[in-house]
Design a protein around this ligand. Structure first.
Ligand code: ZN
Length: 290
């Protein structure tokens, strides 16, 4: 069983603002800063997403909302797409704490749209995850048993504040909502060490390794550290499609050890890599699919 725990679909300009797309291409949201890739990455085709998911058994597709950056991939858009492949795709809703009634939006997303979790992105929303508006959302997610994929790590837009992105801010959330399942996206880069020590001590916190392989030295070191802290069992697979694909991410994970070939530096054992790639993260997150 391979689960891609982190994928996006979106259209430009319908869902993404000029500011978001400009910053993505100029500040480095695109792997390798390849500006020529901006169009396909910022304007995904649903058929391309579906084809890219061929190597995986299940995939989580997330909505995305940031009033601050005028980005809005609607919950309805994601729900409509996942309904075309209900045996394989799982949709996550997104709400912004500055929406008029995010709690009602969550209820609508779950009851009417059939979405199974939340994608939250406090840094993109220019808010701390410990803001009262965010805490209300976390409380609702815990009550409904909705897992949260949370972008708690650095990102590219200029007008957002990195201080809101620190993974350790989630410790207060985890203590206040101990049954809430949260997955910290991208190992909380560049605070991977903070993420590892946080998920080590908070039982319902996990982290995905998506969109990191194009910084292979950082990912290699992070996985070695995850072994040293004994938390590799809490790392889950994800691609962050369209920034990367599951196939490229799997290939890159197994090629990481090439970095240290011919040296005395440690290698990441195949069992650890297999554990990440083949982990049933849906079971970890209490997500059951038909
Ligand atoms: Zn993402």
């Amino acid at each position: 069983m391979i689960v891609d725990g982190h994928t996006h679909v979106w259209r430009y300009p319908e869902h993404l603002s000029d500011e978001f797309v400009y910053d993505a291409s100029h500040v480095g949201g695109i792997p390798g800063g390849q500006q020529e890739k901006i169009n396909p990455i910022m304007n995904t085709n649903l058929n391309d997403h579906w084809r890219a998911m061929e190597p995986v058994d299940k995939a989580i597709v997330v909505a995305f909302k940031s009033n601050h950056l005028k980005v809005h991939v609607p919950n309805e858009y994601v729900a409509q797409y996942v309904q075309t492949h209900p045996d394989k795709l799982i949709g996550f809703a997104s709400v912004d704490p500055y929406d008029p009634d995010p709690i009602a939006e969550i209820e609508h997303a779950v009851e009417d749209l059939g979405l199974k979790g939340l994608k939250l992105s406090p840094i993109y929303q220019n808010v701390s995850p410990t803001d009262p508006g965010m805490l209300r959302i976390f409380g609702k997610a815990e009550k409904l048993g909705l897992p949260v994929l949370i972008h708690q790590g650095a990102t590219f837009p200029r007008r957002v504040n990195l201080k809101n992105a620190l993974p350790v801010l989630l410790e207060d959330v985890a203590l206040q909502f101990p049954d809430l399942k949260m997955v910290i996206a991208h190992l909380g880069h560049p605070w991977e060490v903070d993420t590892l020590v946080l998920i080590r001590k908070q039982p319902n916190l996990y982290s995905d390794i998506s969109a990191l392989y194009y910084r292979p030295w950082q990912l290699y070191n992070s996985l070695i550290l995850a072994m040293e802290y004994g938390v590799t069992h809490k790392l889950i697979f994800g691609s962050d499609y369209p920034f990367t694909t599951p196939a490229d991410t799997i290939r890159a994970l197994y090629e990481l050890n090439n970095l240290v070939e011919g040296t005395r530096l440690p290698k990441i054992p195949k069992e650890v890599l297999d554990g990440i790639v083949y982990r049933d993260s849906l079971a970890l997150l209490n997500l059951t699919t038909p």
